[in-house]
Design a protein around this ligand. Structure first.
Ligand SMILES: [Zn+2]
Length: 397
C-alpha cells in the first residue's frame, strides 16, 4: 500500500458523512454533475458556489456526490474541493515532548483518548506552554479526555500531566502501580506532587491486573472511541526473572487501536516479557498492524524483539524520544529489525544509531522499506486515517 505524505487542511464538519464537496474558488458559474466520471457523459445537474454536495465516493478525477436535491452523479476534482469530516476519522497525534511519550487519539465520535503525558527532558526548542498549546489544539472539540491511559509510573510517561492536562475533565483513568509510585520524581511547575493532581480528578480509576486483557473480538468496554476500537493487550507483565530491574517498564499497559482497516499498537515501555505475553495471547495475524510506536522509545536491549517486529509487520513506525538522549533511542538495530522484512517498496527514512563516543543517538537519512518518523526529527506527528483516501493514511508533521 502506498501512502500520501501531504499536509491536509482539516475542517470540522458535523455528522458522520465522509465529507462534503464544494466548488473551488475559481468556479464562476457552476460545476456540472455528470452521470458518469467522464466529460462526455450527460449532465444531470449543477453545483453552484456556496452550495455543497455530500461525498459518496472518490474515483480517479471525479467525486461521486449527492446534491442537496438528492440527485447523485459525478463532479470533476479539478473544479471542486473536499472538506474532510474529522468526526468520521481516527487521528493519532504523537506530541513532541522530548524524551518521553504523549499520544493523543481523536476518535471518530469526537472522544479523546490520551496515552501518557511525560518527559525526562523537554525538547530543546520547546517550552511546556508550547506543548500545552499543541495538546489543546489537537483535542477534539469536546475538550474532555474520555480516557487517559498512563502506561506505567516512569516520569517520562506522566510527569507533564498536571501542567499540560490541568483541569480538562477526565472520565476514565487507567494506570498500574500505586499512586505514590508516581510521586517518586514528579514535580509540576508549581511544585506540587502528581498525587495531589490525581486525587482531585474525580475520574473513574481502573487498574488492569496482570491477567487482564481484551479479547480479539471484544474491545475495551470502558474505552468508548466510537467506531474505532481500543483493546488493552496486556498490563503488569512480570519481568524476566533475570531482569528484576525492568519491573516498572514491564508493567506497561499495552494498547491496540483499530478503525476500519487501520490498526496501531502502542506499548509504553513494555519489555520483551510483555511482547512475548501478547504474542502468546493472540493470533499473530491479528497483531499485524499498520502503525507501531516503538516500545521503550526504540530500545533494542529491553524491547522491540525481532519476533515482535515480525508479528507486527508495521508499515509506519513512530519513535518518541529527544534528539540528544543518552540512550541512543531509537536504536538503529531496532530499525533494522523492523526494516529487514520483505516488503518491496523503498522509502527515504530517518534512522539513528548510538554513538558510543558522543554518548548520544546520531540521526541519519537512509533507505528502508518502512515509513519511519520520530518526534526528535519531525516534531509533532499526526497520522490521519481517512475513509476518503483509498490509497492509505495521511502522515503530517
Ligand atoms: Zn519511557
Amino acid at each position: 500500500m502506498k501512502y500520501l505524505l501531504i499536509i491536509l487542511l482539516l475542517i470540522s464538519y458535523p455528522g458522520h458523512s465522509k465529507g462534503v464537496i464544494v466548488p473551488s474558488d475559481r468556479v464562476k458559474s457552476s460545476v456540472v454533475l455528470r452521470a458518469e466520471p467522464s466529460s462526455n457523459s450527460s449532465i444531470l445537474g449543477r453545483l453552484f458556489p456556496a452550495e455543497e454536495a455530500i461525498l459518496l465516493n472518490a474515483v480517479p478525477y471525479y467525486y461521486n456526490v449527492k446534491l442537496a436535491d438528492g440527485q447523485e452523479g459525478f463532479v470533476s476534482k479539478a473544479w471542486t474541493n473536499l472538506q474532510s469530516n474529522t468526526s468520521a476519522e481516527l487521528t493519532l497525534t504523537f506530541l513532541d515532548v522530548g524524551q518521553g511519550d504523549a499520544t493523543l487519539i481523536n476518535c471518530p465520535n469526537n472522544n479523546n483518548v490520551l496515552i501518557d503525558m511525560g518527559t525526562s527532558r523537554l525538547p530543546k526548542s520547546k517550552t511546556i506552554i508550547d506543548i500545552q498549546a499543541a495538546f489543546k489544539s489537537s483535542l477534539n472539540n469536546n475538550f474532555t479526555l474520555q480516557s487517559f491511559i498512563i502506561t506505567h509510573p516512569d516520569k517520562d510517561h506522566y510527569v507533564l500531566s498536571d501542567d499540560i492536562i490541568g483541569d480538562i475533565p477526565i472520565e476514565n483513568v487507567f494506570y498500574v502501580g500505586e499512586v505514590a509510585d508516581y510521586d517518586a520524581d514528579s514535580i509540576n511547575s508549581s511544585g506540587s506532587e502528581f498525587s495531589h493532581w490525581f486525587s482531585q480528578l474525580g475520574a473513574n480509576f481502573i487498574k488492569p491486573t496482570s491477567d487482564y486483557y481484551d479479547d480479539e473480538t471484544q474491545p475495551n468496554k470502558l474505552i468508548d472511541c466510537g467506531d474505532a476500537e481500543v483493546h488493552i493487550l496486556a498490563a503488569k507483565t512480570p519481568p524476566k526473572a533475570s531482569k528484576p530491574t525492568w519491573k516498572t517498564n514491564a508493567n506497561s499497559i499495552m494498547v491496540m487501536v483499530r478503525f476500519n482497516d487501520f490498526e496501531a499498537i502502542i506499548t509504553g515501555d513494555a519489555t520483551f516479557s510483555g511482547e512475548n505475553t501478547v504474542l502468546a495471547r493472540y493470533d499473530n495475524d491479528w497483531l499485524n498492524v499498520d502503525l507501531y510506536k516503538l516500545g521503550h522509545h526504540g530500545s533494542s536491549t529491553t524491547s522491540n524483539s525481532t519476533a515482535w517486529m515480525n508479528a507486527l509487520k508495521p508499515k509506519i513506525i513512530i519513535g518518541s524520544s529527544s534528539i540528544s538522549n543518552n540512550y541512543g533511542h531509537p536504536r538503529q538495530s531496532v530499525i533494522k529489525r523492523a526494516t529487514n522484512l520483505n516488503d518491496a517498496d523503498e522509502h527515504d527514512v530517518i534512522t539513528g544509531h548510538y554513538d558510543k563516543n558522543l554518548h548520544k543517538s546520531v540521526i541519519e537519512l537512509s533507505k528502508s522499506n518502512k515509513e519511519f518518523y520520530t518526534t526528535a526529527t519531525n516534531g509533532n506527528i499526526v497520522v490521519v486515517t481517512s475513509e476518503i483516501t483509498s490509497s492509505g493514511y495521511i502522515v503530517k508533521y
